[in-house]
Ligand binder design. Structure first.
Ligand code: MLT
Length: 323
C-alpha cells in the first residue's frame, strides 16, 4: 500500500513538473548579463533573448549585473530560485578563468549551474585607439616592449575575457610595465578607446566589427587560425608574426542548479532553434561569432567545455594575482 502511495505521489509530481514545463514561461524571464550594457556579452544575450521572447511568448529581459570581472552577476545567478525565471549569459571568464583568479569565489563553475548551451565562439582581436602610433602588430609589439613608455590597457575587470586574454598576450611578450584600466565591461572600455582615452585592448570580435569597419579603432590581429569572414581584412596573429598567440572566448546560457529538467530541455530546444533561425544566425555571424555545430549545442557539451576551460586557465593564470 505504502509503495503504491509513493508511486502515485511520484507520478503526480512528474506530471505537475511536465505541465509546468509545457506552460513555461508564464511570466517574464530575467537573463543576467554580468557586464555593462552595450558590450559583447550584452550584445549576444540580447540577440538570443529576442528569439526566446518571440518563440516562447514571454519577454526575456536582460539585466546587467556588472562588477568584479563578471563574478558578481554570476554569483547572483547561484542565489536565484531555480525555476527557469532567472538565467544568465556566462562566458569564458565567468565560467573558465575566474576560479584561478579569485581564491574566495562563491561558486564553482563546474558544479553550481545547469548548462543550457553554448551560444557562440568569440575570437579575440588586438585593437588600439585609431591614432595609436603603430601601423601593424610588429610596431605595436615594439612600442609595448619599450620600457620608456607605459601603454594603457583597458579591460573589463580581473577574470574577464579582456583581462585574461591580454594577460596571456603581455606574458608572451614579456611586458610588465603597462597601465591597466578596469571597466565594468568592454562596452564602456571601447567607448573610451574610441575617444582616445586608452591605448589598447584584447576584446571579443562581436564588440568590434562596426568600429573596425568604420575606422574608429585600429585592429592589429585576430588570434585565430583563420581570418574571420566578418572582418576579412584583419590578419591573423600567425600572419602578423605572433603565431603563438591563439585564443578565443565563448558565450553560453546557464540556469541555476536545480532548475527542473523539463524546463532546461525546453530552453535547450528553443536556443538550438535560435541558432538555426536565419535572422538570428545572420545577426550573430555578421558580428563575427562562430556558431557551434549540432554536437556542440548540448548541455553535456557545455559542461565538458566548462571543465576543460577551468583546467586550461588555471596554470596560465596561477601567477597572476587578482588586482
Ligand atoms: C563584456 O560583455 O563587457 C565582456 O564580455 C567583457 C570581458 O569579459 O572582457
Amino acid at each position: 500500500m505504502k509503495r503504491m502511495i509513493a508511486s502515485i505521489a511520484a507520478a503526480l509530481a512528474l506530471s505537475i513538473a511536465s505541465a509546468d514545463a509545457q506552460s513555461y514561461p508564464t511570466r517574464p524571464v530575467t537573463v543576467i548579463v554580468p557586464f555593462a550594457a552595450g558590450g559583447p556579452t550584452d550584445i549576444v544575450a540580447r540577440i538570443v533573448s529576442d528569439y526566446l521572447s518571440k518563440t516562447l511568448g514571454q519577454q526575456f529581459i536582460v539585466e546587467n549585473v556588472a562588477g568584479a570581472g563578471g563574478t558578481t552577476g554570476t554569483t547572483r545567478l547561484t542565489q536565484a530560485t531555480p525555476d527557469g525565471y532567472t538565467l544568465m549569459m556566462g562566458h569564458m571568464g565567468t565560467h573558465g578563468a575566474a576560479p584561478a583568479l579569485y581564491p574566495n569565489l562563491k561558486y564553482d563553475p563546474t558544479k553550481d549551474f545547469e548548462p543550457i548551451g553554448l551560444v557562440a565562439g568569440t575570437p579575440i582581436i588586438i585593437v588600439a585607439r585609431k591614432d595609436f602610433p603603430a601601423a601593424n602588430l610588429q610596431e605595436f609589439i615594439a612600442r609595448a616592449k619599450n620600457t620608456g613608455e607605459k601603454l594603457s590597457q583597458a579591460h573589463a575587470g580581473v577574470g574577464s575575457v579582456s583581462f585574461t586574454t591580454c594577460t596571456l598576450l603581455t606574458a608572451q611578450l614579456g611586458v610588465k610595465h603597462h597601465r591597466v584600466v578596469a571597466y565594468r565591461g568592454t562596452g564602456p572600455a571601447l567607448n573610451d578607446m574610441v575617444g582616445g582615452q586608452v591605448d589598447y585592448m584584447c576584446d571579443q570580435i562581436v564588440n568590434l566589427v562596426e568600429q573596425i569597419k568604420g575606422n574608429a579603432i585600429k585592429a592589429y590581429a585576430i588570434a585565430t587560425e583563420k581570418r574571420s569572414p566578418a572582418l576579412p581584412d584583419v590578419p591573423t596573429t600567425k600572419e602578423a608574426g605572433l603565431p603563438d598567440y591563439q585564443v578565443s572566448a565563448w558565450n553560453a546560457l546557464f540556469a541555476p542548479k536545480g532548475t527542473p529538467k523539463d524546463i532546461l530541455a525546453k530552453l535547450n530546444e528553443t536556443y538550438v532553434k535560435a541558432l538555426d533561425d536565419e535572422a538570428t544566425r545572420k545577426r550573430l555571424l555578421d558580428l563575427g561569432s562562430v556558431l557551434p555545430d549540432k554536437a556542440g549545442r548540448t548541455p553535456e557539451a557545455l559542461a565538458t567545455l566548462v571543465k576543460s576551460e577551468v583546467a586550461r586557465w588555471a596554470p596560465i593564470l596561477k601567477t597572476t594575482p587578482a588586482q
